[in-house]
Every structure is written in C-alpha cells, then in structure tokens.
Design a binder for this molecule. Structure first.
Ligand SMILES: CC(C)(COP(=O)(O)OP(=O)(O)OC[C@H]1O[C@@H](n2cnc3c(N)ncnc32)[C@H](O)[C@@H]1OP(=O)(O)O)[C@@H](O)C(=O)NCCC(=O)NCCS
Length: 189
C-alpha cells in the first residue's frame, strides 16, 4: 500500500477537490458521474466539510502522499441520520484505487471513533451498486444493517435525484472483538 497521511481539509484544497470530482468514474456512485462546479465546491461543499469538524478528531481529511500529492479525502463526521453515530466516508482519485488506502484510512478513523472519541457505533452509507465502497466497509468490519433512501436535492443548479442506499454499521463491542482477533493473529504470527 502506498504511504499516506491525513490532514484536515482546508479552503486551499478547492482545485484538488474540483479535479477529483471531474472524473465521472469517481462520481459514478455519488451522483451518476456529474462533475462538481468550482463555485459549488468553494461556496457550498468546502464550508460544509469544514463545518463537519464539530469536535477535534471529526471532519473531512485530505489523504496525501508523503510528498503532499492530494490522493483524495476521507471523513469521520456525525452521522447525517443518526447523530449519535460517527459516519465514515471516502473518495479517492482513480490512480490510488485498489491499493488498500481507503480501508487503511477508514480503520484509522474507526479506531479514533471508538478509542479516542467514545462513539458506540460507526456507520457508512453507499449506493447498493457501489461494490468497492461496500467492500471497504466489510474489510473494516462494518456489516449491512438496512436499506434507506438518500433524499433528492438540488445544489446550486445541480440536481441529485432520490436514490436507494445501503447502511452499514459496526458496534464498539464488535470492533473490540475484531481487535482481539487481530492481536491474536499478530502474536501467533
Ligand atoms: C470506494 C473507494 C474510496 C475505495 O478506495 P480504495 O482505496 O480503492 O479501496 P481499497 O483498495 O481499500 O479496497 C477496495 C476493495 O474493493 C474491491 N472492489 C473494487 N471494485 C469492486 C467492485 N466493483 N465490486 C466489489 N468489490 C470491488 C477491491 O478488490 C478491494 O477489495 P479486496 O482488498 O478484497 O480485493 C474508491 O473506489 C473511490 O474513491 N471510489 C469513488 C468514490 C466513491 O464511490 N466513494 C464512496 C461513496 S459511498
């Protein structure tokens, strides 16, 4: 896996975020492949990303290579539907796909949610057809917990229709049990 580091997203990331969202494959299971206009990114999305940092440890984080190349972002934020939960999310540029980066970053954020921030449940949501996203959730230890509907919305002229979604969750006790297993494996290895 390529090495990476996380740092809070900032207003200066606008060009990198617009470039990320300009790849229709990246946006395929977000909004059907539409790019994000720069104005929308700068004036609506980045302020929302910054507002998700409701306490230290939460928010949107740029994923960067050691030479500070922008690889994408991950988030740990209050769950949109269940604010007592911490919700994971991720979006990476295509050259970085398939190398374990989203899984590793999500594990770091999950550990933070349970061990440092005291959440009892970590959640994630995706369109049912988003196999890669669901596989990341599974590898981190989340399990399918139900279906729901992403509400439709219009953002600065961009229409995002109502679409079905799948919810995954992981409870603290199940995470702890998995960590026990991981310790046992590494001790025996
Ligand atoms: C989802 C995303 C972040 C995954 O990032 P990543 O760093 O490639 O993920 P990882 O390499 O850690 O793991 C991906 C897993 O999904 C698997 N996978 C890839 N495409 C898949 C598909 N279509 N169906 C099922 N599994 C798939 C990979 O084989 C891998 O599993 P494995 O390790 O068992 O082989 C990346 O694909 C992405 O940015 N997609 C566009 C944005 C997006 O859809 N974000 C999620 C919105 S809910």
């Amino acid at each position: 896996m390529p090495p990476f580091q996380l740092r809070p997203i900032s207003e200066t990331d606008v060009d990198a975020l617009v470039a990320l969202d300009s790849d229709p494959e990246v946006m395929r299971f977000i909004n059907g492949g539409q790019p994000t206009p720069r104005d929308l990114c700068a004036n609506v999305l980045i302020p929302r990303m910054l507002a998700a940092a409701t306490r230290p440890g939460l928010g949107f984080f740029a994923v960067e290579s050691p030479d500070q190349t922008f690889m994408g972002w991950v988030h740990l934020r209050l769950d949109t539907f269940e604010p007592a939960w911490a919700e994971l999310g991720y979006r990476l540029a295509r050259p970085w796909w398939g190398q374990g980066v989203a899984t590793a970053a999500s594990r770091l954020l999950t550990q933070r949610a349970f061990d440092e921030l005291g959440f009892d449940v970590v959640s994630a949501r995706a369109m049912p057809e988003n196999g890669a996203s669901r596989r990341v959730m599974e590898k981190v230890g989340l399990r399918e917990a139900g279906r729901f509907v992403f509400p439709g919305r219009v953002l600065a002229g961009l229409t995002v229709p109502e679409v079905p979604g799948v919810l995954y969750t992981l409870r603290r006790e199940d995470w702890s049990a998995r960590q026990g297993d991981a310790d046992a494996v590494s001790l025996s290895g």
